[in-house]
Design a protein around this ligand. Structure first.
Ligand code: UDP
Length: 408
């Protein structure tokens, strides 16, 4: 904390802005909700604005999101016109006179084209960019290259860009509603409120209803596992305002509902917290994942977590040490059964998981990364030093090791 306060001191009274596309639902809004308050606490005036748009705008931007994660896209002129027009309208409404501007994800990306540049602009991409669709990337890259720096979540996401790229692994706020301490009775109360049975071990996945989170794979893994060990599956998701596919994915799952398969679409951080604390196994069986805050959230609570062996999940889970990484439905089912049959194993993984988050994935580290970056812009908005140096910065040795850890 003292180190963070010292780094914030020279930045006092700076005026910083974050722009994204939703106030709730999804990891970006979780991070911004905590980070903007903490930055103000440090004496840095930090604001948060959200771009607005009609449903067809968010339908187009979700297609860009999917394409950046590797899906096909039919990139018509109409899509480009909707995207660029709505962002232009947002630029007209938003009068920006800040000292540094952070723009998150593709939705508000072209904003930069509508301002006379008077400060550094940074594009913060939270998406899994390991295999972006080339057509979508080629269309978006000229916008990205107008920025002074790009922040990515993992080094595998680096692209061939003229703009410097720095790596910040995201992190969780241990005092948010999703993560704060919860008494056993408060956990009981939340689960009872939604009629979630607790007589059998709970297998839980908490995610926006999004195909990349592989809810169908979770259902299939659960069906295989329950043939060997009795358990209850709880799938909880919310729908972010910038994700128009959520409702459809949710509806497509409903036929699987049953006495032992609970599927809920609710916005309730305390329920997320309660489930992560009570679960015998927390799954995050994503097939693409920029980072996956839900993984660190569950690990913080000492849960036994099984994650898809992709993207940012690989930086949080070390297979067999603080959780399990899986690459198929069968593997996920096997790991569920293994943990259910050996509660000591679950506890051991959970203890190591909590320690991993304590050391590497608390929001203080993210704050420090942002302070380092803000403090590194020179006149002309160039970053001082190599981006790699910036990453290493003054971070404690063990954090650098995580950033450098090769994916398994
Ligand atoms: N979340 C929530 N309720 C839900 C599902 C998710 O509050 O029903 C929160 C979750 O706790 C996490 C965030 O939304 O903080 C999701 O972030 P993550 O990085 O896991 O995924 P994203 O949605 O950004 O792809």
């Amino acid at each position: 904390m003292r180190r963070i306060e010292a780094k914030a001191r020279p930045l006092q009274d700076m005026h910083i802005l974050h722009v994204n596309s939703t106030y709730y639902g999804g990891g970006v809004s979780q991070i911004l909700a905590s980070m903007t308050l903490l930055m103000n606490n440090l004496g840095i005036q930090t604001g948060w604005r959200v771009v607005h748009g009609p449903p067809d705008f968010f339908s187009v931007t979700k297609k860009f999101h999917n394409a950046l994660q590797g899906a096909e896209i039919n990139l018509t002129r109409r899509k480009k016109v909707i995207y660029e027009r709505v962002v232009h309208e947002n630029a007209i409404r938003n009068h920006l006179d800040h000292d540094v501007i952070f723009v998150h994800d593709p939705q508000p990306l072209p904003l930069i084209t509508h301002y006379r540049k008077k400060c550094p602009w940074v594009w913060r991409c939270h998406i899994d960019l390991s295999t972006p669709n080339a057509e979508a990337w080629n269309y978006l890259a000229p916008f990205i290259e107008q920025y002074d720096a790009v922040i990515l979540s993992c080094k595998e996401y680096r692209q061939d860009l003229a703009t410097p790229q720095v790596i910040f692994l995201p992190a969780i706020d241990p005092f948010s509603i999703v993560n704060q301490e919860l008494s056993e009775s408060a956990v009981d109360e939340r689960l009872a409120h939604y009629d979630i049975p607790t007589d059998l071990p709970l297998i839980v996945q908490i995610s926006r209803f999004d195909r990349w989170k592989d809810p169908e794979g979770v259902l299939r893994a659960f069906e295989l596992a329950r043939k060997k060990e009795e358990c209850t599956l709880v799938l909880v998701g919310n729908v972010a305002t910038d994700d128009p596919e959520g409702a459809e994915v949710y509806r497509s799952l409903l036929s699987h509902r049953g006495e032992r398969v609970i599927i809920l679409s609710v916005q309730d951080g305390a329920l997320v917290n309660a489930l992560q604390r009570r679960a015998a196994v927390v799954l995050q069986k994503s097939i693409r994942e920029g980072f996956g805050l839900t993984v660190s959230e569950a690990m913080w609570k000492g849960a036994a977590v099984i994650g898809g062996n992709v993207g940012g999940i690989r930086y949080q889970i070390q297979d067999g040490v603080n959780g399990f990484l899986v690459s198929s439905v069968d593997e996920a089912a096997e790991r569920i059964v293994q943990i259910l049959r050996d509660p000591d194993l679950g506890q051991r993984l959970g203890r190591a998981a909590h320690e991993t988050v304590r050391e590497h994935f608390l929001i203080t580290r993210t704050i420090e990364h942002y302070l380092d970056l803000i403090g590194s812009f020179e006149p002309e908005f160039r970053l001082s030093g190599e981006p790699r140096d910036l990453m290493a910065g003054d971070l404690p040795e063990e954090q650098n090791q995580v950033a450098a850890m090769p994916p398994q």
